[in-house]
Ligand binder design. Structure first.
Ligand SMILES: CC(C)(COP(=O)(O)OP(=O)(O)OC[C@H]1O[C@@H](n2cnc3c(N)ncnc32)[C@H](O)[C@@H]1OP(=O)(O)O)[C@@H](O)C(=O)NCCC(=O)NCCS
Length: 190
């Protein structure tokens, strides 16, 4: 696993499999921005080798995720990384239990994440038969919480969890997006 089954082409973004060698220099540059790391477990990588051999290799080869490199369709510049958990069956429901993005800061709030989400969720809910996507974010990660809420995610649970970066217990928000809600919001047949 770890290798996406499909590439997707939208108006603004194209999602394709991660190319650990080709993507590394651009992703190293993007990851130098400190704001990218405020609410993630990542740190600023020290060189392109670390990005290639650790960061991107993990996304590309992890057995539990499908990960894509997001490119700007017009320029082929790297916009970010998107991944979801490999769907599995629990209590007779097909679920994705995590979903995350790392979007380079110049592309925040410009519609790139929205379109990337849309391409991934159409694929998950339609092609992969997923019924529910679950995802979590630190409550103080306003960008992530509002980005999910704007896509239709609903709060399922709010709970304290230890955050090693801040060496303290912080609130985490767990969200759920159900297929019917996604279809209603996006005018797709149920
Ligand atoms: C979280 C992240 C992916 C959000 O990307 P983004 O491109 O800014 O967000 P979206 O385009 O999906 O936002 C969709 C909508 O959510 C709302 N929204 C998002 N951030 C907001 C904010 N800071 N204030 C108000 N509304 C916000 C808006 O309605 C926005 O639509 P609009 O831009 O048309 O007004 C991006 O900030 C990022 O990569 N951060 C660093 C890594 C990270 O924290 N990842 C998530 C960890 S799980």
């Amino acid at each position: 696993m770890g290798t996406p089954m499909k590439s997707f082409e939208g108006q603004r973004v194209t999602l394709r499999p991660i190319d650990v060698d080709g993507d590394a220099p651009e992703w190293f540059e993007a990851m130098q921005e400190p704001d990218m790391h405020l609410w993630t477990a990542n740190h600023i990588p020290i060189d392109v080798d670390e990005v290639r051999d650790v960061v991107l290799a993990t996304y590309a080869n992890h057995p539990d995720i499908f990960a894509w490199s997001i490119r700007e369709s017009k320029t082929d510049k790297m916009v970010g990384i998107y991944w979801i958990g490999v769907p599995f069956i629990s209590d007779e429901h097909r679920l994705v239990t995590f979903d995350a993005q790392r979007i380079a800061k110049p592309y925040w709030r410009k519609g790139y994440t929205k379109e990337a989400r849309s391409l991934v969720y159409d694929h998950a809910f339609t092609d992969l038969g997923v019924e529910e996507i679950r995802a979590s974010a630190w409550e103080l990660n306003t960008n992530s919480c509002l980005s999910m809420e704007s896509a239709g995610f609903e709060l399922a649970r709010l709970y304290p969890r230890f955050n090693p970066k801040y060496d303290s217990e912080l609130m985490e928000r767990e969200y759920v997006l159900r297929r019917e809600k996604w279809q209603q919001l996006n005018g797709k047949p149920c």
